[in-house]
Ligand binder design. Structure first.
Ligand SMILES: Nc1ncnc2c1ncn2[C@@H]1O[C@H](COP(=O)(O)OP(=O)(O)O)[C@@H](O)[C@H]1O
Ligand SMILES: [Mg+2]
Length: 320
């Protein structure tokens, strides 16, 4: 294996994680899944040429049209049509700092989805998006009055339902949280909704996972982070998980990699495309999504491509 072979999975679809490597050779992706590879090829081309807008919602728009046709034939109510359309994508992990918020923001942009911020830490999506502290809280307001919040429009970043630092104390129980998310998603009528969560196995996070069509879990190859992943897998293996190795170094530690492989194999969890470690990322202060660059600066090209692969794996999750 000579440090080549790493993980692949045939897996987003079949839930079986196997190994391969298309990558260590070039110092790139270590884990792949078939869907991601296909998705990457087609989407990257398009994205590079036409810019992110065309690649973000192409699929979604087609899907919407198709579904609407079928539904109108069946005389479905508008609410039923909308419910069928909306897919909730929850980004969750038991450990902080693994890249949930960063990935949630980028994925929301790529999927043309409103981002709901259920994190209440200062480094969360709301602040990073540019929402000012002290503004009223659409999230708390919506939950307290059983209303559907109106996402604030983003320019070169996703639309946002801003979080609030009091959410930790007033968060609903799992059932109420998942019910609220499903209702909002249906009312918005957007193909996707992305939910960012606070670290840990909290009631609101479990509600957001229960409502999700895909639960994206960034996995960092480090001991504490893999302990966190193990904790999540123990409790949440029944959810539609997609493990996305994040901050992956050029030459990953072989033991940690083996541990990740064993974990995903034991819990039969699919592994998505790899996101490399991009050292410039933590220093970045700009608020726009990197996925919104058009054209993508050379320095971000690889990251942007990796994100497109993750978005594609999310879109095709569960497809036969
Ligand atoms: N692929 C990556 N490579 C390098 N740094 C990353 C990557 N993804 C995220 N980060 C950095 O890691 C830190 C934590 O990310 P964040 O998204 O806030 O994690 P979480 O929401 O899980 O706490 C941030 O400084 C972010 O810029
Ligand atoms: Mg976060």
């Amino acid at each position: 294996m000579h440090g080549r072979a790493l993980l692949t999975d045939r897996g987003a679809v079949h839930g079986r994680a196997l190994l391969t490597d298309r990558g260590a050779v070039h110092g790139r992706a270590l884990l792949t899944d078939r869907g991601a590879v296909h998705g990457r090829a087609s989407l990257t081309d398009r994205g590079a040429v036409h810019g992110p807008a065309s690649l973000t919602d192409r699929g979604a728009v087609h899907g919407r049209a198709r579904r609407a046709d079928r539904s109108s034939n069946e005389n479905s109510t508008l609410a039923e049509i909308l419910t069928r359309m909306a897919k909730i994508i929850t980004v969750a992990a038991y450990k902080g700092g693994v890249g949930k918020t960063t990935l949630a923001l980028e994925l929301a942009y790529l999927l043309d989805a409103p981002l709901i911020d259920l994190d209440w830490d200062k480094g969360g999506a709301t602040r990073r998006w540019g929402y000012k502290a002290g503004e009223s809280s659409p999230l708390l307001d919506a939950l307290a009055h059983d209303k559907t919040p109106r996402p604030r429009k983003g320019r070169r970043k996703p639309d946002l339902v801003a979080g609030d630092e009091d959410f930790g104390e007033v968060q609903p129980d799992p059932d109420a949280m998942s019910h609220a998310l499903e209702k909002w998603a249906a009312e918005w009528g957007r193909p996707y909704v992305v939910v960012d969560t606070h670290p840990g196995g909290l009631p609101s996070t479990h509600g957001a996972m229960a409502a999700a069509s895909v639960v994206v879990t960034p996995a960092v190859l480090a001991t504490g982070e893999l302990d966190g992943l193990e904790g999540l897998l123990e409790r949440a293996a029944d959810y539609p998980l997609l493990v996305v190795p994040n901050k992956v170094q050029r030459v990953p530690d072989a033991n940690l990699l083996r541990r990740l492989q064993n974990l995903v194999a034991r819990y039969e969890v699919p592994v998505g495309p790899v996101v490399s470690e991009h050292r410039r990322l933590p220093r970045r202060s700009a608020r726009m999504a990197i996925s919104a660059f058009d054209p993508v600066p050379k320095a971000w090209a690889r990251y942007a491509e990796e994100l497109v692969s993750v978005a594609s794996a999310v879109r095709s999750y569960g497809d036969a």
